[in-house]
Design a protein. Structure first.
Length: 164
């Protein structure tokens, strides 16, 4: 189990509210911190309000449409949102999965210059290689429900058997 001095303050506040313990760190990045609870859920605490709102809106949209997977890639079920702590508590999923919607845009595509988007797509195509068509299929299906998913990196989209 992690000690309190190993946890960000808002993680401790959220855990105290929920009467759970944080037992492990699952990751951290630009958008925030992710831990595992003794209730076997993932707790994601966001550093930026915009990322929290993007992720919350994306998961809400998917839930409204009853979408729990795309092309066999699971999408975590969200159990709770905490606006005050900018926290989302969700199911822990194993590959294949899709997660991390903090950089997604809901309802409207991002307004980036075409050359930037083409460069991003070329970089992603190189990164994914022969898996790129499947990644494009996932992105296309998300767009059909109004979610413009840009953070298509390994770890956010995990293929079967992929080591994380």
């Amino acid at each position: 189990m992690l000690t309190p001095d190993q946890l960000p303050r808002r993680v401790l506040l959220y855990a105290r509210k929920r009467r759970i313990q944080i037992v492990d760190k699952l990751g951290s990045g630009q958008d925030g911190w992710v831990g595992k609870s003794d209730d076997r859920t993932a707790i994601k605490i966001f550093d930026r309000d915009k990322a929290f709102k993007n992720e919350r809106r994306s998961y809400q949209r998917l839930a409204e449409r009853g979408i729990t997977s795309i092309d066999g890639f699971d999408i975590p079920t969200v159990f709770l949102y905490d606006e005050w702590e900018m926290a989302i508590e969700m199911e822990i999923v194993q590959p294949p999965f899709i997660l991390d919607f903090g950089k997604a845009h809901v309802d409207f595509p991002p307004e980036y210059p075409e050359d930037i988007m083409l460069e991003h797509q070329a970089n992603q195509q190189e990164l994914w290689g022969d898996r790129w068509p499947q990644v494009l299929s996932i992105v296309g299906q998300l767009e059909r429900v109004g979610i413009y998913y840009l953070d298509t990196k390994p770890g956010n989209i995990a293929f079967p058997g992929q080591r994380l």
